[in-house]
Write a protein that binds this ligand. Structure first.
Ligand SMILES: Cc1ncc(COP(=O)(O)O)c(C=O)c1O
Length: 272
């Protein structure tokens, strides 16, 4: 997010946390107090790189006391755990279609608050693709004003995925992701492996496992892929300790799949 903001000419103040820890809301408050002209606070709800869930309610409260808007990346969380922009006071929240919603990749559902719309209507958009006033005319204007050709097949697939989410029920789906993630994490710890994220802030749908010293992480990933047909991610953040990243999302968020992953790890790493 910091990189993207800099690419758009933003002057970025980073509020960091150690890998596996969540951001301290008091650090956000301090940064906002020291920089009264901050326009936007951007945070990732569910960190795919570390398996951490950030304290959005507290961060949202800190931002709400200022003129800044809050942008939240809900890419990994939506469909797998509760995402409630009205509670954490999110102004721009976006997600994806391909993770816990289980649709093909290619769409990004967004939520934009009244406060953000107000800001949008008083500014000159810098680029066509994200000119929300034009998009508003296209998405909600009747008759609509052309902006782009929609990926119609993606929309059909997405609608079907959402129908399945509603058929299952959101709470049931969240609980399914929760159970699968907890099963995986308990099993990995029973093998003697350590999870990067502190227990209280762990995401169920993404588990980052610390690679034990002396183990070739990539070799393990390759063997698990070749011998068990399971794809496991490696570290994304070069400053973090080496990790394996395991996603249990959408149809894969079941105890049975979690157990398959555990069995594969047990086999390849010769764990008891
Ligand atoms: C937290 C998070 N944000 C953003 C992205 C980017 O999403 P996409 O690949 O759909 O552009 C990812 C991708 O995995 C992600 O995990």
């Amino acid at each position: 997010l910091a990189h993207l903001a800099r690419l758009r000419g933003g002057d970025v103040i980073e509020v960091a946390a150690a890998p596996g820890k969540s951001i301290e809301p008091s650090d956000v408050e301090r940064a906002l107090r020291a920089n009264a002209d901050v326009q936007l606070v951007a945070v990732v709800d569910g960190e795919t790189s570390t398996g951490v869930r950030q304290p959005l309610a507290e961060i949202g409260r800190a931002v709400d006391e200022t003129d800044a808007l809050l942008l939240v990346d809900c890419v990994t969380s939506l469909g797998g755990s509760p995402v409630e922009p009205q509670l954490f006071r999110g102004d721009y929240c976006y997600s994806c279609s391909q993770k816990c919603l289980g649709a093909p990749p290619g769409l990004a559902p967004v939520v934009i608050s009244e406060r953000a719309w107000e800001r949008i209507t008083h500014r000159q958009a810098g680029w066509f693709t994200f000119d929300f006033q034009l998009l508003e005319d296209y998405w909600r204007g009747r008759p609509p004003r052309y902006h782009h050709t929609p990926p119609a097949l993606m929309l059909y697939a997405f609608e079907e995925a959402l129908r399945q989410v509603l058929d299952e029920g959101l709470e049931v789906r969240w609980e399914r992701h929760n159970e699968a993630g907890r099963h995986l994490q308990a099993g990995l710890e029973a093998y003697g492996l350590s999870i990067l994220a502190d227990e209280a802030i762990r995401l169920p749908q993404l588990t980052a496992v610390i690679v034990p010293e002396g183990i070739d992480a990539r070799h393990v990933q390759q063997r698990i892929r070749r011998e068990h047909a399971i794809e496991i991610g490696g570290a994304l953040d070069p400053t973090a300790p080496p990790v394996w990243r395991i996603g249990l999302m959408g149809v894969n968020a079941t105890v049975a799949v979690a157990q398959r992953v555990l069995d594969a790890f047990g086999d390849v790493c010769e764990l008891a």
